[in-house]
Design a binder for this molecule. Structure first.
Ligand SMILES: Cc1cc2nc3c(=O)[nH]c(=O)nc-3n(C[C@H](O)[C@H](O)[C@H](O)COP(=O)(O)OP(=O)(O)OC[C@H]3O[C@@H](n4cnc5c(N)ncnc54)[C@H](O)[C@@H]3O)c2cc1C
Length: 312
């Protein structure tokens, strides 16, 4: 199918973009990489009268890591692609879980066009990046002709595919804090075919001091309506890393209680709950035996199932 007739605007400045968004607030839409919006238009699930293509807008292409040690932040502008973020060495050092999760987003061809901020604006509960924004305590900067505001992931995400953005607002950039020293972080998911959205996925940040676990935060994809962060600090604090196997069951039980998966043609709710537990257990054990700071995996990727996703 083809989209219904529409006008495409190609502004080159942020001010011009905001004016267009204000003028077409009733039926206009931002077009970034188009990797989510264009299929929606082609299937006529949406029929905006005007698309405001931001790909030529100057000042939206910043990808940087800045700030003093312990307070560094990654800034990702609205036109920065998934692939640029995934491939950034600086990002990998500051916040390794971001690049790791990005490697699971669709295929390289889609990551070459799709933007990380577009993913956040799309707010798909199956998407990796809205969850990573929530898990790492990130935020977005939002602008319109009426002013500017900053929203946390919690303030932004109000339902599946639904955000608190007004129709004339543009997310100009997302900010992801660097992970604190001593933390180990990882992400994993399981999808039926390479490039598909995960049936279930887990992101985890483990705080460690010496060989003692101090805290644990988990985020999930495809099993909650909006990105929610589960703090399991009380359950794991004080455990020795070598006792991961004993603690893992407690973590898995808490996670399975917390999530609220739905069933569909791809998987039943029970299967997603089971799968989330399995991924949680493996990821937790992996982080507990990782040697280096910030969760760099010293093992090869998890093995075990034919359906497992591979990094490409
Ligand atoms: C085959 C396929 C597989 C995919 N698999 C995955 C996957 O596994 N995981 C995953 O997370 N994603 C997946 N995606 C989606 C992909 O990651 C998209 O790139 C991403 O969701 C949206 O980014 P975009 O730049 O393409 O945004 P667009 O498609 O251009 O826009 C998406 C939505 O966000 C709005 N928007 C975009 N930018 C802004 C902004 N700056 N301010 C305000 N609103 C904005 C648009 O108006 C639109 O409503 C897949 C896509 C395809 C086609």
């Amino acid at each position: 199918m083809k989209p219904s007739p529409l006008r495409i605007h190609r502004p080159t400045t942020i001010d011009e973009t905001l004016d267009l968004l204000s003028e077409h607030a009733a039926s206009g839409k931002v077009l970034a990489g188009g990797q989510s919006l264009v299929p929606v238009l082609n299937m006529r699930l949406a029929a905006p009268s005007d698309l405001i293509d931001i790909t030529a807008v100057s000042g939206l292409d910043e990808l940087s890591v800045a700030g003093a040690e312990g307070r560094a932040e990654i800034t990702v502008g609205a036109t920065v692609t998934h692939r640029q973020v995934e491939r950034s060495e600086e990002v990998a050092v500051a916040n390794p879980i971001l690049g790791e999760a990005l490697s699971f987003v669709a295929h390289p061809a889609i990551r070459n066009r799709g933007t990380t901020v577009g993913s956040i604006a799309h707010a798909d509960p199956n998407g990796e990046i809205p969850m990573i924004l929530a898990l790492t305590g990130g935020r977005v900067e939002v602008r319109s002709t009426r002013g500017q505001r900053t929203l946390s992931a919690e303030e932004l995400n109000i339902g599946p595919l639904e955000t608190s953005l007004e129709s004339d607002e543009l997310i100009t950039r997302a900010t992801f804090p660097a992970l604190p020293a001593g933390s180990r972080a990882g992400f994993d998911e399981l999808a039926r075919r390479s490039g598909d959205y995960g049936l279930a996925g887990v992101g985890m940040i483990l705080d460690v001091e010496g060989a003692t676990v101090k805290g644990l935060h988990c985020g999930f994809i495809s099993v909650t309506d909006v990105p929610e962060v589960l703090n399991l600090g009380e359950a794991v604090s004080g455990a020795h890393l070598r006792d991961a196997s004993e603690v893992a069951d407690t973590v898995v039980d808490a996670v399975r209680d917390f999530i609220d998966p739905g069933g569909d043609i791809h998987a039943t709710a029970d299967y997603r709950r089971h799968l989330t537990g399995v991924i949680t257990s493996r990821l937790f054990r992996r982080l507990c035996r990782t040697d280096s700071a910030q969760g760099r995996n010293t093992d090869s990727r998890m093995t075990g199932t034919d359906t497992e996703r591979r990094r490409v």
